[in-house]
Design a binder for this molecule. Structure first.
Ligand code: AMP
Ligand code: MG
Length: 411
């Protein structure tokens, strides 16, 4: 049995990044870009107005204020998307809209609120310094500038910028195909009303949802029996995927054959059993170089193991460097007793109070109590040597969501 830290280290050491693929812009959202992006042109490409107002010669407005306005002749109106036709001469102004190109001769914009229209002329009520309310060419992005570095996660801002630069397609890390095999003679598929002695295979679905949530593509291989021959056949199919997940059959029961099969047809077995709860009977190895996680069968154990090991692994494969859930310190809302010697991942609800986070357990913590995962937005993580937490004591929590209950107050 090895520690969670050692197991994680071993798992991540086996991570090989996927290759790149060109995808269209929206498909790239949330993924990691594999190329540097340079600006093919200045943004903005030409000087344009930051306000609806009047393009003027700064010198003409010297000394102007509300009580002593300067009167200028309006020579044209320039709408966004249209080009100016006139040069602004001394004593003249051009009415201009936000985003429209600044006409020759003008070197400042006076916003409409600081003017008063008078038929064919306009009164300037302020003195406009040179450059006022003009957006200059390249002030956002300079031609040739590296705007996005390879390895960046493409957030909505990046997607907008790529659109600005005219990049309709970008190279991002491929999404790994993740084969999911649930094992157990007691399992029936979801459409079957389970007869006595049988249960519905739920792990396939919770795992598939977890795979989706971190960018992978789940490939459902259904149910494998507690039978070596059947498992060998199923794993032989599975090894065409990028990663293989199995659930069940890795414990010490008479019919737990997954790790035997991993040993027989696999060519590397890195570890079996991790000092954690839930999720102790985890096996990690590979078949023909394809990483294989032999996850435990209990519905909570399988999900906790996925969170701790498979999720960071899949993110790493997709080029992410931030692969761990955020953690924070919360106050325990209750007393917690735990056996020493293994790290615990307790299902919890974390809420934000005024200036602290409060964590409470979601109820029964058995590894078969899937309901404990339903409500949870976090794990309370208790280290191996801890055996007791008092109510009100600080605990480390790992967040499973970006938004917290009770955090619906604007920052
Ligand atoms: P095992 O590790 O195979 O001994 O399974 C441990 C427990 O998890 C048993 O109670 C199984 O019935 C249950 N289990 C195993 N696989 C699944 C699954 N795919 N869906 C729901 N429960 C499962
Ligand atoms: Mg089983």
């Amino acid at each position: 049995m090895i520690s969670v830290e050692k197991a994680l280290h071993t798992v991540l050491a086996a991570c090989r990044p996927m290759g790149l693929e060109k995808v269209d812009l929206l498909e790239a959202a949330g993924r990691v870009i594999g190329e540097d992006v340079f600006a093919p042109r200045n943004v903005p490409s030409a000087a344009n107005s930051a306000m609806d107002g009047y393009a003027v010669r700064s010198d003409d407005t010297k000394g102007a204020h509300a009580l002593k306005p300067v009167e200028l002749a309006v020579v044209e109106t320039i709408a966004a998307g249209r080009l100016p036709r006139r040069t602004v001469q001394a004593g003249q102004a051009a009415r201009i809209m936000t985003g429209a190109v600044i006409p020759k001769g003008a070197d400042a914009v006076v916003r409409r609120e600081d003017t008063e229209e008078k038929g064919k002329t306009v009164l300037m009520k302020i003195a406009a310094p040179r450059g006022l309310d003009i957006r200059f060419p390249g002030e956002d992005v300079r031609q040739g500038e590296k705007v996005i570095a390879a390895g960046s996660v493409l957030r909505p801002g990046h997607i907008g910028m790529l659109a600005v630069l005219g990049k309709a397609f970008v190279a991002v890390y491929q999404r790994p195909r993740v084969a999911i095999l649930s094992t157990g003679d007691e399992l029936v598929d979801i459409e079957t009303e389970p007869p006595p002695g049988k249960i519905v295979n739920s792990n396939t679905y919770s795992l598939a949802a977890q795979v989706l949530s971190c960018g992978g593509v789940p490939v459902l291989l259904g149910i494998g029996g507690d039978d070596k021959e059947d498992l060998v056949k199923k794993f032989q199919v599975a090894r065409r995927a990028d990663v293989i997940l199995s659930s069940g059959g890795v414990s010490v029961g008479d019919y737990d054959f997954v790790k035997d099969v991993m040993g027989d047809i696999g060519n590397a077995m890195h570890f079996w059993q991790v000092a954690m709860r839930p999720g102790k009977p985890l096996a990690f190895g590979s078949i023909d170089g394809v990483p294989l996680f032999g996850l435990p069968g209990n519905p909570v154990s399988v999900m906790v193991s996925f969170e701790q090991f498979v999720r960071p692994f899949l993110l790493c494969m997709q080029g992410h460097t931030r692969i761990f859930r955020p953690t924070l310190t919360a106050v325990s809302a209750q007393e917690i007793k735990k056996g020493a010697g293994v790290k615990n991942f307790l299902r919890a609800v974390v809420i934000k109070e005024k200036n602290r986070y409060l964590a409470r357990l979601t109820g029964e913590q058995g590894s078969g109590i899937l309901k404990s995962m339903v409500e949870a937005n976090a794990f309370i993580v208790l280290q191996e040597d801890v055996s007791h937490v008092k109510k009100g004591e600080n605990v480390l929590v790992q967040l499973l969501e970006e938004t917290l209950t009770g955090a619906d107050v604007p920052a």
